[in-house]
Design a protein around this ligand. Sequence first.
Ligand SMILES: [Zn+2]
Length: 494
Amino acid sequence: MTVTYDEALTRYEPVFGLETHVELGTRTKMFCGCLTTFGGEPNSQVCPVCLGLPGSLPVVNRTSIEYTVKIGLALNCSIASWCRFARKNYFYPDMPKNFQISQYDEPLCTDGYLDVSVGGEIVRVGIERVHLEEDTGKSLHVGGATGRIHGAEYSLVDYNRAGIPLVEIVTKPVPGTGFLAPEVARAYVTELRDVLRSLDVSDVRMEEGSMRCDVNTSLSVLGSGVWGTRTETKNVNSLRSVERAVRTEIERQAAVLDEGGRVIQETRHFHEDTGATTSGRSKEEAQDYRYFPEPDLVPVAPAAEWVESIRASLPELPSARRARLISSWALTDLEFESMRNAGALDAVEATIAAGASSGDARKWWMGELARRANEAGVEMASLPITPADVARVSALVSAGTLNDRLARQVLDGVLAAEGTPDEVVAKRGLAVVSDDSALLAAIDEAIAANLDVAEKVRSGKVAASGVIVGAVIKATKGKADAARVRDLVLERLS
Ligand SMILES: [Zn+2]
């Protein structure tokens, strides 16, 4: 039995929550001095501490605490004045110590929120906690068709990632978003990624796994006020997949409930190719991790003055930037969202800083250049043109040296690596013909070739002058300014 998304929403209220793991961009690992660089030879960035060898002792990386406090403050959390790390005991082959140093009942940051905008509406997502832990290594299963352990001939383990500082950001359950639940989930992860990027604490690359999401979803019968059993979809690794995972689970759980079944509390795997989730490990019996305070580490007690100095050093956050740009560029919420989604904000802002008006900067980036980026299948930011180039083209248009048509050819030239806008104008001979005597010669020729039209214009049918203006523009290969030509034609025929 299948239930469509729309049908499901007529009977059930979705509630979702997100747990996001983010690898911090510290130079060295959480409890040792090994480098964190991505892509090194397997097991080349390891030492007795991150390999969990007997007798080795961990030391906390101060920068990782500072980054976590930054994240907590940016998410409006309270920062603990004293907290401890804890051992989370479980066996996993890519976890060398057979326990993970994490935080349990004493997280560093608690009780915050993040406001996200969906279709111009603000939704406040509560933040339960932000805590710090260490990442595991990576297993590589060789010889099977799927890359999974099932069917593999042997497995390899790379411990380079083991011990990289990992922040876990856990939301409170988000009820009440109804039909928009999948979109709100995606908008939250997008906003969170933008916040982390602005803080410069992680490279937040979902495709490289430095940011990974687990999505919790449950349904309650509409109006019952009783929350349903939730499932946890693991390792959802793109923004689009976050949206799809929530949507898929809503449809799947609605079908189960409609048949009188019950949703099982379990982890589920998301499949990027089909968008489906499949059953993983059951969580009906809560696993006992036998947490206890980590005896090899002193408690973390960030001084209030230090926390305040971090607060004072926070950069402009995406929500503040959004408010500033909407007001100074006179945008609607939807215009802002489309610019943000197109990745155009930085380029437009830099183009304005280089001297263009906000209207012109937006016009060129969101029109012509967005189209070129789209055709080439690349991000706008990776087009081979700088904001200064775009500002220069815009200045040449304002000065009357170029019209829009010529300006597009100048952009072509810059994108084809022919040089700066001025160099392209010179090389291609693109400047508007502004010399009236050159224009008048072309106008006289056009009048001579269209004597009947000229007669109509002389007798007062001004609109007919378009034919002669058009002939002049054609004769000058588009380099004449149409308004100026029209003025001159009318003057000639008055
Ligand atoms: Zn190490």
